[in-house]
Design a protein around this ligand. Structure first.
Ligand SMILES: C[S@@+](CC[C@H](N)C(=O)[O-])C[C@H]1O[C@@H](n2cnc3c(N)ncnc32)[C@H](O)[C@@H]1O
Length: 265
């Protein structure tokens, strides 16, 4: 799929999907393969700890940022395009009594309204592949990092071409249609000035997530049939065919999932 003409529309669409009840039903509150287990792994690779200041770009409902603050004792600022996500994340931080360490504000990964050299680490889980201008986002990661600061991405990767079912707007939002080969992610970072890249594959986490989504879609279909209810604005048939194609692509290793860590030189 070519990059959509209006990138703001794409970002709004992505934010709207991840603020919906349908996303919560399919994914829970952590919107990436491996959930908090892989967030914890990313925290280890980035050597997070008390006194560290971390930026979580595209922080969703704040699940990862709150976990990092609680588990590693670091300060985390989350930014997300969706206002609804931000409001929910701040409320969740308050409920978890971690609002002094984990704070959230609306923002765009491609033009962060944050000072230069103000973070020890930047994380971005399962969102880099949805940014229309990936090089701009990588440049922002570099700009807000202190010298020697680290970046931790987790993202879908692709090798080879994907079937038509995975080349739609919904597939773009689902982190699939614009997933790139791992070397391309490393190149975006290198061009921005982030080197020493290490890659850790976690394809099994993606396979598990796709299996879980397929099960929940079947459950939703059954519920709709039994109770004759409709999930408003949801094309269940399209979602099922996309999940089936994604499962095939994961099995064929066309789609994968990695953690990528690099350092600002
Ligand atoms: C797949 S979810 C990942 C959320 C979170 N990182 C997690 O793993 O739970 C993608 C997120 O990216 C956000 N997003 C999309 N485009 C964005 C942009 N340009 N800037 C900031 N956030 C963006 C969406 O609102 C959504 O919350």
């Amino acid at each position: 799929m070519n990059q959509p003409a209006d990138s703001n529309q794409l970002k709004s669409c992505c934010a709207a999907v991840y603020q919906s009840e349908f996303a919560r039903m399919l994914l829970g509150d952590s919107f990436h393969p491996g959930g908090l287990r892989l967030t914890g792994r990313l925290g280890e690779l980035l050597e997070l700890g008390p006194g560290r200041r971390v930026l979580d770009v595209a922080s969703g409902k704040g699940e990862s940022a709150i976990f990092l603050a609680l588990h590693f004792g670091c300060e985390v600022v989350g930014i997300d395009f969706g206002d609804g996500n931000i409001a929910e994340a701040n409320e969740r931080a308050r409920v978890a009594e971690v609002e002094r360490l984990a704070t959230f504000q609306q923002g765009d990964a491609e033009q962060l309204d944050l000072p230069d050299a103000s973070f020890d680490a930047v994380i971005c889980e399962c969102a880099f592949c949805t940014f229309p201008n990936k090089q701009a986002a990588a440049g922002q990661f570099f700009r807000v990092l202190k010298p020697g600061g680290r970046v931790g991405l987790s993202d879908l990767t692709r090798s080879g071409s994907l079937p038509q079912e995975l080349d739609s707007l919904l597939a773009w939002v689902a982190c699939i249609a614009d997933a790139r080969p791992v070397e391309e992610y490393a190149e975006y970072l290198a061009i921005a000035g982030i080197g020493g890249v290490r890659v850790e594959p976690h394809n099994e986490a993606l396979a598990e997530m796709v299996r879980s989504i397929q099960g929940k879609l079947l459950g939703a279909e059954l519920m709709m049939k039994l109770k004759s209810v409709q999930l408003e604005g949801v094309d269940l048939a399209q979602a099922k065919s996309m999940a089936r194609a994604a499962a095939d692509a994961v099995r064929a290793k066309t789609l994968g999932y990695v953690l990528i860590v690099g350092q600002r030189s």
